[in-house]
Design a protein around this ligand. Structure first.
Ligand SMILES: [Zn+2]
Ligand SMILES: [Zn+2]
Length: 607
């Protein structure tokens, strides 16, 4: 075995194939030609190469393996597909320092020089020819372009990843992500980059880990950037990817379906413990953002994640609260209970509920009063209590026991507090008689729901004087009679309150036809409203009050005087405002003012 005339020595860790090319180039051959000359099939290949180098002891070469040459190389656990095959990448500044190809440049995922912080080259920036070994080692293209003159700075995230890759070829490296660290080998780093490079695509990602044309530097630059971004902005960039998935399938409750390829990557392809940080970040995201259920079926999730996840399926909630699933479902549909609704397989609806809300479903029954008890505690009829709820004076709460009733329930504190507030502002006694208890006024003064609500509000603010004994209830509230009348009159005058003609007839104890006549004669003021497509007359309550004060019927007068209608009509000197003999009206009405002297003098004297 004759030594070669020119013998540039291999640099420890140099890729075997790159060294052979370099050696061949120095001696004016191509690599395959040189090996045919050297290897006659007589000696082991290591001995062949060593002999060609005049007995030089060979260092450890790095991958990839060279087909047909049986010299051991350090593969660092990588596959042949992880190395560039035909193309070479190089850093022009490194080549200026020492003209040999660094082992890291053969990794398809290596795109920048971490030392010089520049992008690697693959072609001549001027003529776009792929770099040949000869040109690369010379630092200049056949077209004359010097590579050092074409430097593209690398980004921070690219450098971070390249440092890890280059470092890992010597020893395991520490990946630091906030307060999380992972110790990785080259093989693990490369695989992680392969599988996570495209996660940023979101739900469109279909075949993770299958990266086409990674041999091309431009393709590699783009894909590796994807992985570098996730690492550089951990975990925000990753969480942003996850958001894309959640947004794409808002109605799906299956983690595996929603996160599809991404789920496969982090739970299957990258299943080793060293990649746990991906799963941790994923599960942390789920705790905050996953509205579906995480149950025991998700065996791959950490126990803590399943326990801490707030959203629970209806079956679980039903078990915990003793409320039926159907009832719960109805509560969610009617917005009584905030729930997350999904469409499951076969269009079946799935619902989850934040378990923090469960306390609301199972309150202490002792805190609540049903309608009957609340009415008793307050001292009002149930119909009045309903009015007080309808007008917002007293709050009825959600039903504490969803199983049994759909009646209103009242917080004991709300009911007692309301009464207590009234007791606080009550006076020890009223300055003048006569007085009237609220109960009486409610029964005989036609106080409607809105008026009662307003009265109680006014009373609570201490704006109308009243008394209420220590243990007294609502019905025991006592007002100064004249004061209450004034207040009611004022309130009615201020609040526009309309009644229909039949209601007005009721209130005045007249026939409807008579009320229509009074409206026609402008004695009652009415206006027209459209209701269900019909025009309807309505009469303001103040106009009714005014009418009552101004006019009186003959019948009512006769009753008062205990006389027959006919004889009273004959004896009165006053002309009615309307009536059968006046204007053909159905009934006689007198103006009260006109009667003043007449009734008091004429009739009383005669009797
Ligand atoms: Zn460099
Ligand atoms: Zn060129």
């Amino acid at each position: 075995m004759k030594p070669l005339p020119l013998r540039p020595l291999p640099v420890p860790s140099e890729a075997l194939s790159d060294y052979l090319e370099r050696l061949a180039n120095a001696n004016g051959y191509r690599a395959s030609e040189l090996w045919n000359i050297l290897d006659r099939g007589e000696y082991p290949h290591e001995q062949v190469l060593s002999g060609a180098l005049n007995g030089h002891i060979l260092p450890e070469f790095s991958g990839p393996t060279q087909q047909g040459i049986d010299i051991e190389v350090q593969l660092s656990g990588l596959r042949a597909a992880d190395f560039t095959r035909m193309r070479r990448r190089w850093c022009p500044l490194c080549i200026e320092n020492a003209a040999w190809l660094r082992p890291a440049w053969r990794l398809k995922v290596m795109t920048v020089c971490e030392m010089h912080r520049v992008q690697l080259l693959e072609t001549c920036p001027v003529c776009h020819r792929l770099g040949s070994i000869q040109a690369i080692l010379h630092g200049a293209c056949e077209c004359g372009a010097r590579y050092v003159q074409f430097i593209v700075p690398a980004t921070r995230k690219q450098i971070q990843l390249a440092e890890l890759l280059a470092g890992s070829l010597k020893d395991r490296v520490i990946l630091t992500l906030g307060n999380v660290t992972a110790i990785l080998t080259t093989q693990q780093l490369v695989r992680m980059i392969f599988y996570t490079a495209q996660l940023g695509k979101g739900p469109q990602l279909s075949r993770p880990g299958q990266l086409q044309n990674l041999e091309e530097l431009s393709v590699a630059l783009h894909l590796v950037d994807g992985a570098a971004t996730l690492i550089a902005d951990w975990p925000n960039a990753f969480w942003h990817c996850l958001e894309l998935y959640v947004e794409a399938s808002p109605a799906d409750a299956s983690v595996r379906r929603v996160f599809g390829a991404l789920y496969q990557v982090i739970y299957h392809h990258l299943h080793e413990p060293v990649f746990q940080f991906w799963r941790d970040a994923f599960e942390l995201f789920l705790l905050d953002h996953w509205r579906g259920e995480l149950c025991g079926r998700h065996r791959l999730f950490k126990e803590h994640t399943i326990q801490a996840h707030p959203n629970r399926g209806l079956a679980y909630v039903a078990r915990m609260t003793g409320v039926g699933s159907e009832t719960l479902k109805r509560m969610v549909h009617q917005d009584w209970l905030p729930g997350n609704r999904f469409t499951g397989p076969k269009k079946r609806e799935l619902i989850t509920v934040d378990s923090k809300l469960l306390a609301r479903l199972i309150p202490d029954p002792a805190d609540y009063l049903d309608m009957r008890s609340a009415a008793r505690v307050l001292g009002v009829k149930r119909t009045r209590l309903r009015e007080l709820v309808a007008t917002g004076v007293i709050l009825a709460d959600a039903k504490p026991d969803w199983r049994r009733s759909n009646q209103w329930n009242f917080r004991r504190s709300e009911v007692c507090g309301f009464l207590e507030q009234l007791r606080q502002v009550a006076l020890p006694n009223l300055p003048k008689a006569p007085t009237v208890p609220l109960n009486y006024a409610l029964r005989y003064w036609r106080v409607n729901a809105l008026e009662l609500a307003a009265l109680l509000r006014t009373a609570k603010q201490g704006e109308i004087p009243f008394t209420l004994p220590d243990q007294g209830l609502l019905r025991d509230i006592t007002f100064d009679e004249a004061g209450l009348r004034d207040w009611l009159a004022q309130h009615r005058a201020l609040s526009i309150d309309w009644v229909s003609v039949p209601a007005a007839a009721d209130l005045l104890c007249l026939k409807e036809q008579v009320v229509y006549e009074l409206v026609a004669k402008n004695m009652l003021i009415a206006d027209l409203v459209q209701k269900n497509g019909y025009s309807q007359k309505r009469i303001s309550r103040s106009s009714l009050e005014r009418f009552r004060g101004e006019y009186i019927t003959l019948v009512e007068l006769a009753n008062q005087q205990k006389m027959s209608v006919r004889s009273l009509l004959n004896r009165l000197n006053v002309t009615p405002v309307t009536g059968p003999k006046i204007d053909g009206g159905r009934q006689y009405f007198y103006r009260r003012d006109d009667l003043q002297g007449d009734i008091l003098s004429g009739i009383t004297t005669s009797s």
